[in-house]
Design a protein around this ligand. Structure first.
Ligand code: SF4
Length: 285
């Protein structure tokens, strides 16, 4: 365990200031992400050094199509998430209480990446925002070995910690889950506005690609999607957008998104953005 960053004391407990939930955490309780706990009046991280998953992947699988293309990347994930998407593909590590794990120090992570001869490391699988202290410590060591860093995130983070994190990270992929506030609230237990603010800040300070998972019967309305595409283009029409196919997972059992829906969405997106791809559909990009 390590003391967390981004919190303050209040009369009733600790206020976490890492993400827009701003949980008020009473003694011996955790915040909504389950990974930040008030222990004796200090906010402690419970997942520092906790690794639930690791793998070597093509960087295109993150997905990042225009950052170190054709290379392999070492990916690590921990446990916990500050959203609760009903369709979460990684719920066993993101939302379940006690997934199996190993412990690794930041030094061990970087040594492993270096020994494998890889040139980049990704923080992914669960939500790396709730792992920020560990991510920063690893990224700091990565810089010293010329290893690039990638963060695959939901973007649901306060601007102060995000601004502190960005200089450590060479490339981001942010999930923009919908352009509807109601979807963020009802399906993900979050909010859209902070994610848009994160995207704006990252686009100014680092390399960014965006993933939009199109969920059948939920966020597949073309007029709403076009609003999203226009908004991304208003920031930078060079931002690569990945339209990803949903499959039933966790608590959502809608059928998989129709391939025709993705193709239609891509055509509309291409009116506004230069780089649009379909993901999760073999043989179609
Ligand atoms: S990071 Fe976790 S504890 Fe902190 S505000 Fe977000 S959900 Fe709550």
């Amino acid at each position: 365990m390590k003391e967390a960053l981004y919190w303050s004391e209040e009369a009733k407990g600790i206020r976490c200031q890492l993400c827009p939930h701003h949980c008020l955490i009473l003694k011996n309780q955790c915040g909504l992400c389950g990974q930040r706990k008030n222990i004796e009046g200090r906010l402690m991280t419970l997942n520092y050094g906790v690794i639930t998953s690791k793998a070597i992947d093509p960087i295109e699988k993150k997905p990042l199509y225009h950052f170190m293309p054709g290379s392999k990347i070492m990916s690590y994930g921990s446990r916990g998430c500050n959203l609760s998407c009903l369709f979460c593909q990684n719920h066993r590590i993101a939302l379940d209480k006690n997934p199996p794990f190993i412990r690794m120090t930041p030094e061990e992570i970087i040594e492993e990446v270096y020994q494998l001869g890889l040139k980049s490391v990704a923080f992914t699988y669960n939500e790396p925002v709730v792992w920020i202290e560990y991510m920063m410590d690893i990224a700091d060591l990565a810089k010293k070995r010329n290893i690039a860093t990638v963060c695959v995130t939901n973007g649901f983070i306060d601007l102060k910690p995000l601004g502190d994190l960005i200089p450590y990270i060479d490339a981001f992929n942010v999930d923009l889950k919908s352009f509807s506030d109601a979807f963020y609230k009802n399906v993900c237990r979050g909010a859209k506005a902070p994610v848009l603010e994160s995207i704006k800040l990252i686009s100014k300070m680092s390399y960014l690609e965006i993933t939009a998972l199109i969920v059948e019967q939920e966020n597949d309305q073309m007029d709403e999607l076009e609003e999203m595409f226009k908004w991304i283009a208003s920031i930078d029409d060079n931002i690569a957008l990945h339209l990803s196919r949903y499959f039933p997972a966790y608590k959502m059992d809608h059928p998989p998104t129709k391939v025709e829906t993705l193709i239609q969405a891509k055509k509309i997106a291409q009116k506004h953005l230069k780089r649009v791809y379909i993901g999760n559909v073999p043989g179609i990009q």
